[in-house]
Design a protein around this ligand. Structure first.
Ligand SMILES: Cc1cc2nc3c(=O)[nH]c(=O)nc-3n(C[C@H](O)[C@H](O)[C@H](O)COP(=O)(O)OP(=O)(O)OC[C@H]3O[C@@H](n4cnc5c(N)ncnc54)[C@H](O)[C@@H]3O)c2cc1C
Ligand code: HEM
Length: 407
């Protein structure tokens, strides 16, 4: 809980801090990465280049402050904190780094807001930052313990043992640790895969494991991100889909992720678009192996059948389930049996007792979720994975329309 004095100060200064959050975030990253170049290996520089994504860390502190003083939107705070912690653990964020981030964040607040930041104001915001930090550090420490992982050495050398061209611009890579067993993962979880870029900087990106646990290698399925309207091609996905070959070494972190298939007996509804199909594939295989009696509805939207990765495998796995329906939407070249055009959100069955998993571009997930809620599905039954930095500052449960998502 925030102290009474800090509460008053934070309430009074919240509007001005919120108004300047982009400037604060820009100053914060500029200085911190400039003076601590080792952190260039930790942060995603694709995210840095896009303003909205850059806002995630500072913006979340502002949203947390609003929550502490009772001015927040009704955000599902535990879910949000869990999501951040999983992402941090996947990147090996250490408790010591919180001190660095806190220092530069407060430095940026002072630089941007100038004299308005009296020592009392600085102390109040420092308290907000550390309340948030302590919560995250506690969860992350527990997760590292459970994983038997040292956050400072989270990456291990793995080797590419297989490569399959799955669809237009989509490649599966089979990955196995150079030493030791393949770690267990829950269906829906992801790993971070890091490669060294041409300029020597290491860049890691998250990739969902696209099949169930129990294989001799983890499989990821990567969609090549192509630049549009002058933006560059995605750095890591381009290398993984065009250059990486069997026998290559890559750096991988243990599987984590809080949007994993929950065990249960009721129906499961999987709704995906584009490369958002990857968690659904792991869930389908898990269900086929462990709970073939659970009814499953699979709804998938893609630009065309040629771009639909793992399409045949989904049908094969569905065939092993006692009750399986598949509804496919293609914007182009829809074959017989599939539907033409964009997804109709009302085609996603709204079984009241089902668990729902959504993954795809944010507008897709927002439309499906809105439709499910309208048809009476309980909000707590719907889980979604965002293939980017979740723009939760505008309300994680509201699914705002953002720039970046799976495509
Ligand atoms: C939990 C999770 C699971 C995921 N699972 C999968 C998965 O299973 N399969 C999959 O394919 N992906 C998945 N992703 C997405 C993946 O992590 C990467 O984000 C994706 O591959 C793009 O990375 P990249 O390095 O190729 O692109 P980046 O280099 O990071 O670029 C990202 C975007 O930023 C733009 N950009 C870069 N620099 C600039 C600039 N200077 N100006 C303007 N724009 C710029 C690029 O054009 C691109 O559109 C997942 C993400 C998360 C968070
Ligand atoms: C209280 C402190 C912190 C808060 C509130 C915070 C918040 C966030 C949020 C909201 C995200 C986006 C999560 C998502 O994908 O939805 C994120 C991602 C990330 N955070 Fe933190 N964070 C904190 C501390 C740190 C620290 C100490 C580091 C390490 C230097 C760090 C490094 C990262 C990185 C590397 C990402 C991934 C996105 C990217 O690379 O741009 N964070 N954090």
């Amino acid at each position: 809980m925030l102290s009474a004095q800090s509460r008053e100060i934070v309430t009074a200064t919240l509007p001005v801090v919120r108004e300047h959050v982009v400037a604060i975030a820009t100053r914060f990253y500029g200085r911190m990465l400039g003076e601590n170049p080792e952190l260039l290996n930790v942060f995603n520089r694709g995210n840095q280049a896009s303003g909205e994504q850059r806002k995630a860390l500072a913006g979340s502190v502002v949203a947390y402050a609003a929550h502490l003083v009772g001015q927040g939107q009704e955000i599902p705070l535990d879910a949000v904190i869990s999501r951040i912690a999983h992402k941090h653990v996947s990147l090996g964020i250490t408790p010591e780094q919180y001190t660095i981030v806190g220092r530069y964040l407060m430095g940026a607040v002072k630089e941007v807001l100038g004299e308005a930041v009296t020592p009392e104001v600085a102390a109040a915001w420092d308290e907000v930052y550390w309340l948030f930090a302590v919560k995250l550090i506690a969860i992350e420490t527990r997760m590292y313990q459970d994983l038997h992982a040292d956050p400072g050495r989270i990456y291990a050398p793995w080797v590419v043992t297989g490569r399959v061209e799955e669809a237009e611009d989509a490649v599966s890579l089979l990955l196995a640790p150079e030493s030791g067993p393949v770690p267990h993962h829950l269906a829906g979880q992801y790993v971070t895969v890091a490669l060294e870029m041409a300029d020597g900087v290491r860049q890691g990106r998250q990739y969902t494991v696209s099949r169930a646990a129990g294989h001799e290698a983890l499989r990821i399925t990567v969609r090549r991100v192509r630049g549009t309207d002058g933006t560059p091609d995605g750095e890591v996905s381009t290398l993984l889909t065009t250059t990486t070959k069997v026998g290559d070494q890559v750096w991988v972190t243990p599987p984590v992720g809080d949007i994993a298939l929950a065990e249960g007996a009721g129906p499961v509804v999987l709704a995906s678009a584009g490369i958002g199909v990857t968690p659904m594939m792991a869930m389908l295989e898990h269900l086929a192996e462990r709970s073939p009696d659970r009814p499953v509805a699979f709804v998938h939207a893609d630009r065309s059948p040629a771009r639909h990765a793992l399409a045949q495998e989904a049908q094969r796995l569905g065939g092993r389930l006692e009750s399986f329906t598949s509804t496919l939407f293609y914007e182009q070249d829809a074959p017989e049996g599939a539907r033409a055009g964009l997804v109709d959100p009302d085609a996603v069955p709204a079984y009241p007792d089902a668990d729902f998993y959504l993954c795809g571009p944010l507008p897709f997930m927002r439309d499906v979720r809105t439709s499910l809620l309208r048809r009476g599905v309980d909000t707590g039954r719907i889980r979604f994975e965002v293939f980017g930095s979740d723009l939760w500052t505008s309300g994680a449960d509201r699914l705002p329309v953002p720039e970046q998502a799976a495509s």
